[in-house]
Design a protein around this ligand. Structure first.
Ligand code: NCD
Ligand code: ZN
Ligand code: ZN
Length: 489
């Protein structure tokens, strides 16, 4: 590359030389300069501004740091599993520079008070930037507006039971909630599994004495996801509420997703490494460790999701980082094992190994982990891009570096258990920068950077919400009710 893209003639805090910058479209051999946490120049090394510090990244790739839109950091309420400190340390070690934290903490993030409490904890401890999801449920329907105005990244709706046992709203409550959220333009992320089907099947299986690992799939067959995704897409299209389908686990869910996208519904979806890399063949080996909602399914499901990734149906890869202690995970009775396992630290090495194996290109990887999440939540191009003016959130990776994943080395120190324990991977983040500051350097956590993380909110650059059927909302109909006279009260 010749010439320099530079916002202004400045002195830099850090210049990174010798590396290759990767975007979702191209690779550029170029140096990159950072000042005040922002990328200020990309170009030939000779054209870089004077810098306080230089990092030699010879032979390495500079990727936009991963944005993991689905983590459970358990703080407040379940800090024996994970805290903001350990969760974001794991993120930093995994090349993840922004995380979105789920509301199934205790208290759940369904009120302004709970939101403020979580923001304070995260602010103190976080190594990386973070968005906070607000809960969308029947109980807190009157709080949604306040939450929307007060700093959440989006909403999360549990359509089915999972860890925390937050009750699933009825379809009626969901519709009213969607009507209220639509004008805010915020996206609603969905745990899309239908509660009533799962409760029915669980009771029947348990009564019949099934408690083996595969019984977990029997209680939550793919039809519960297909039904929930379809229903959510209908409510999204009717109201104009943006939605995001979390943890896509089955081939058949892709059908309603593709159809909704074709109809112009603003619906995005993610899958997780475990739905790509594990399948029913792993249940014997892993036992109750593999228990996760939705369940890991057949090899044919994984193959279909890989296809969905390549054809653009699947927009992004998140981890559903769901730490529990080894004691909570391991049980001979599958119903007694907690659901989920840590993932934020292992996503990048696992998926870069898939890049090395030719499953996806490195550009696909950047699209799936940085560009698409940033776009879907209105953060692009401040996040998710390596261009002048963007936050210097960078994962500097060595694509040839081999290592073995060891659960005993995970930074989620209370949840050192992983289905990938002992796996050999090729491709590893070596340094992680969040707004220009090293949070991992030479594979070491930079402990002084604790508390560097800041909250992120959607930028005004999101296209305005496209509200539909506004004349048919419950609020519109209630406004037509006659004012009650004194005598009727
Ligand atoms: C998650 C958890 O533990 O919080 N567990 C899981 O199995 N995925 C909850 C969730 O994402 O459903
Ligand atoms: Zn979930
Ligand atoms: Zn989750």
């Amino acid at each position: 590359m010749t010439g320099t893209l530079m916002t202004s003639a400045v002195t830099a805090d850090l210049v990174i030389t010798g590396g290759t910058i990767v975007t979702h479209e191209t690779t550029i051999r170029a140096a990159l300069a950072i000042r005040d946490g922002v990328i200020v120049a990309i170009g030939d090394e000779e054209s870089m501004p004077a810098a306080k510090e230089t990092l030699n990244a010879d032979g390495m790739y500079l990727l936009p740091g991963a944005i993991d839109v689905h983590v459970h950091f358990r703080d407040p309420g379940y800090t024996h599993k994970e805290t903001w400190e350990t969760g974001t340390a794991a993120a930093a070690m995994g090349g993840v520079t922004t995380v979105f934290d789920m509301p199934n903490t205790n208290p759940p993030t369904g009120t302004l008070e709970a939101l403020q409490q979580k923001l304070a904890l995260a602010d103190q401890q976080a190594y990386v930037d973070f968005g906070i999801y607000g809960l969308l449920g029947a109980e807190n329907i009157d709080e949604l507006q306040d939450l929307a105005e007060d700093g959440i990244i989006g909403f999360k709706c549990f359509m089915g039971n999972t860890f925390g046992n937050l009750p699933a709203p009825s379809t009626g409550a969901m519709l009213e909630a969607f009507e209220r959220v639509a004008p805010t333009g915020l996206r609603v992320s969905l745990h899309a599994e239908t509660a009533s089907v799962m409760a029915w099947r669980y009771e029947r299986l348990r009564a019949a004495g099934r408690n083996d690992p595969l019984a977990h799939i029997a209680a939550r067959p793919a039809v519960v996801a297909i039904e929930a995704v379809s229903r959510a897409a209908i409510l999204s299209e009717w109201t104009g509420t943006r939605v995001h389908v979390l943890h896509v686990s089955s081939a058949d869910e892709l059908r309603p997703l593709r159809e909704a996208k074709q109809r112009g519904v603003d619906i995005t979806c993610e899958t997780c490494p475990h739905y790509l890399l594990l399948n029913t063949d792993d249940y014997d080996r892993l036992g109750s460790l593999i228990r996760v909602n939705p369940p890991v399914r057949e090899a044919t499901d994984s193959a279909a999701i890989w296809d969905g990734i390549r054809d653009g149906t699947v927009d992004m890869i998140a981890t559903d980082h769901a730490p529990h202690t080894p004691e909570e995970k391991c049980n001979d009775n599958i119903w007694k094992a907690d659901c989920g396992f840590p993932g934020v630290e292992t996503q990048m090495p696992l998926m870069l190994t898939s890049v090395n194996n030719g499953q996806i290109s490195i550009h696909d990887y950047v699209r799936l982990t940085a560009v698409s999440p940033a776009r879907a939540w209105g953060l692009y191009p401040r996040k998710g891009a390596l261009i002048p003016g963007s936050d210097a959130d960078i994962a500097i990776v060595d694509m040839a570096r081999k290592t073995t994943i060891r659960e005993s080395e995970l930074h989620s120190t209370s949840a050192r258990i992983s289905p990938y324990n002992g796996w050999e991977v090729t491709g590893l983040p070596i340094h992680t920068l969040v707004r220009g500051r090293f949070v991992m350097r030479d594979r070491q956590l930079v402990t002084e950077a604790r508390g560097h993380g800041r909250t992120v909110k959607p930028l005004q650059k999101m296209p305005p919400a496209r509200v539909t059927n506004a004349d048919k909302t419950l609020a519109a109909e209630l406004a037509k009710a006659p004012a009650k006279g004194r005598n009727e009260l």
